[in-house]
Design a protein around this ligand. Structure first.
Ligand SMILES: C[S@@+](CC[C@H](N)C(=O)[O-])C[C@H]1O[C@@H](n2cnc3c(N)ncnc32)[C@H](O)[C@@H]1O
Length: 271
């Protein structure tokens, strides 16, 4: 009897698949390997992140806060902090990422460009923004200027006439967590009447004249920053300050600039 039971147990034992003890012995090794892979991926990612951060810091110091070519520096500490924080490399095509922190405009597709960081900073400074402001941008492009604005004010409304650019910018801004920006497809010449009035308006395409609907949509005391000129080689960056009525405006020329044209086919109004 005893012998039989032993024989049965022996028979059963030799029929079972590989011993569970052996499989369990491999599990911790596998877990360790996965953890090591994850740790090295995280470390690579944070090294890359730190490198982008250093590149941004250099861009701000050398080309915006202390430009060496005689351009007026940007001094507003909040604007400089926003430029240090917004990851410009996320707003350019991947094959141009290595140029993201140079002081140049870059192509973003559809014949359009992301503006030069110095100009983004200067236009933002000229808009004299407060944390409680609501701002309109005309010419979303990549969404970079909108992200810089979003870091400084309560709400940003931005209009782009090229639908695929607007959609890409909307997705990108969402992915990067800029929750206070609304992107709309349309002709920014007409502004965004449903969202008006605005504390400030920034136009990032060259207009032949200051669009009257935009002046109407500025609050009393509001500021508009806009490149104006007959062609790309004849543009001046202007700052308009509105008084109590749309007729009560003061316009100051700041510096020569070169922007892609404001399209949309609007006519220059009769003087
Ligand atoms: C220099 S890019 C703007 C760069 C953008 N602010 C950025 O941060 O990437 C000018 C943009 O204005 C857009 N644009 C031109 N005319 C427009 C109009 N009438 N209404 C809205 N957007 C316009 C162009 O399609 C282009 O994307």
């Amino acid at each position: 009897m005893w012998r039989n039971r032993k024989a049965i147990r022996g028979g059963t034992a030799s029929a079972v698949p590989p011993q569970p003890e052996k499989r369990e012995g491999l599990q911790p090794l596998r877990l360790l390997a996965v953890a090591a892979l994850l740790a090295s991926a995280v470390s690579l990612w944070s090294q890359e992140d730190a490198a982008w951060k250093r590149a941004r810091e250099r861009m701000v110091e050398e080309t915006i806060a202390h430009p060496e070519d005689g351009r007026p520096p940007v001094r507003d500490a909040r604007v400089l902090a926003a430029l240090r924080a917004v990851p410009r490399h996320e707003f350019v095509p991947s094959f141009l990422r290595h140029l993201a922190y140079g002081d140049n405009p870059l192509l973003i597709g559809h014949g359009q460009t992301i503006s030069q960081p110095y100009i983004v900073a200067k236009m933002t400074e000229l808009a004299a923004l407060k944390a409680t402001d609501r701002v309109l941008e005309v010419g979303t492009g990549s969404g970079y200027q909108a992200a810089v604005l979003a870091a400084l004010v309560k709400e940003v409304c931005t209009i782009e006439i090229v639908a695929p650019l607007a959609e890409e910018a909307r997705e990108r801004l969402k992915r990067l967590g800029y929750a206070n920006v609304e992107v709309r497809v349309g002709d920014g010449y007409a502004g965004w009447p449903e969202k008006a009035p605005f504390d400030a308006i920034i136009v990032t395409a060259g207009a032949t004249h200051i669009p009257p609907p935009l002046v109407e949509q500025l609050k009393p005391g509001g500021r508009m920053v806009i490149p104006v000129g007959e062609g790309p080689y004849d543009q001046e960056l202007k700052v308009l300050r509105r008084g109590k009525t749309p007729k009560d405006i003061k316009v100051e020329s700041v510096m020569p600039v070169r922007f892609v044209p404001l399209t949309g086919g609007h006519e220059k109004p009769e003087p």
